[in-house]
Design a binder for this molecule. Structure first.
Ligand SMILES: Cc1cc2nc3c(=O)[nH]c(=O)nc-3n(C[C@H](O)[C@H](O)[C@H](O)COP(=O)(O)OP(=O)(O)OC[C@H]3O[C@@H](n4cnc5c(N)ncnc54)[C@H](O)[C@@H]3O)c2cc1C
Length: 298
């Protein structure tokens, strides 16, 4: 079953497996525990291997597993997206565009067509960088992730999945199988905004998702989730800012006040792409805009 891929440019010799089922992939992970890595598109993993940040002896390719690549919507249950679904299939899905436009908006701001053709939603989440674009909207939508191990299955809130840069709650012999998003309710609106240094093909310096539910008269904010990316070790919710908005009419003064609180709650670091101070200011600006853009969709 294994094929030697020793000739891959600049990569050391390794063995690659091509399972056809989730069970087969889990058996391989178990057999080569600690020395194997799974990959889907490889757009995060292979650059890390080329930089020698990781040198797994075995690679397990998830692309040939049909049960990881699907988009299914049911009115009562909501949306399920297989972890191995390429980002471009999410971008092109008409049901996602209609029912969860915040996701379409998010993916349209990611990478390039070529990368989106192979990069997957599961890979984006499992790579667990603080700037991963799909994390803020999925958390804002109240998504859960289905994790499968050899003997058990469990679901965790996307919000509880991340433990630090590159770290998640996944056990070593466990895979993310699917993303589950609750059915949209009426009067819910959202937006995801991303600030990058370059116009295209760049990771977020700051990403902000806002998702709000209005009352039946569309005046009062019944509920809101704001999720900030790239300003803490994991995607974070500025809960004090959310609390300021809940139960109120969202006028300009209140939105500005909440955005300022969100910027105070953010915990960014200085790095090569931005200073912490600039990131905080961008949280303030993007939080206002994300809430206003959500309201423009009412
Ligand atoms: C040029 C370029 C531009 C990019 N632009 C963006 C961008 O704008 N926004 C952004 O967020 N990202 C961006 N990325 C990063 C990357 O493309 C995405 O994160 C992509 O979604 C990763 O998916 P993948 O399938 O390629 O992951 P892979 O590289 O295959 O895997 C990533 C990690 O997840 C693990 N993994 C994958 N699938 C599973 C699974 N089902 N269960 C358990 N573990 C799993 C792998 O072991 C690995 O550790 C960019 C990358 C490149 C090269």
């Amino acid at each position: 079953m294994g094929k030697t891929l020793g000739r891959l440019r600049r990569l050391p010799e390794m063995e690659c497996f091509f399972p056809k089922t989730i069970g087969e992939a889990l058996s391989l992970l178990r057999k080569h525990n600690g020395r194997a890595k799974v990959f889907a598109g490889g757009t995060d993993l292979l650059p890390k291997m080329k930089r020698r940040e990781l040198s797994p002896k075995y690679l397990i390719d998830l692309k040939g597993i049909p049960n990881l690549n699907f988009i299914k919507y049911e009115k009562q249950k909501g949306l399920r997206i297989g972890a191995g679904t390429p980002l471009n299939e999410i971008l092109e899905s008409s049901v996602i565009r209609r029912r969860y436009p915040i996701l379409t908006e998010t993916v349209s701001q990611m990478a390039s067509t070529q990368i989106r053709n192979i990069g997957t939603i599961g890979g984006n989440l499992c790579n667990a960088v603080p700037s991963a674009d799909t994390a803020p909207p999925l958390i804002a939508l109240g998504s859960r992730l289905k994790l499968v191990g050899q003997r058990k299955e469990r679901t965790v809130l996307a919000e509880d999945f991340f433990k630090g840069p590159g770290k998640t709650v996944l056990d070593p012999i466990e895979l993310v199988a699917e993303v589950q998003i609750p059915p949209p309710r009426s009067n819910e609106f959202g937006a995801y905004l991303k600030h990058t240094l370059r116009a295209e093909m760049d990771l977020a310096v700051v990403g902000v998702a806002a998702y709000l539910a209005l009352d039946s008269k569309k005046h009062i904010c019944k509920d809101i989730k704001i999720v900030l990316g790239a300003v803490a070790s994991i995607p974070m919710r500025p809960k004090k800012a959310e609390a300021v908005l809940r139960g109120k009419t969202l006028d300009d003064d209140l939105i500005e006040h909440a955005a300022k609180i969100a910027s105070e709650e953010a915990k960014p670091i200085d790095d090569i792409r931005s200073s912490a101070e600039y990131r905080k200011e961008m949280v303030r600006v993007l939080t206002q805009r994300a809430i206003r853009q959500s309201l423009e969709k009412v």
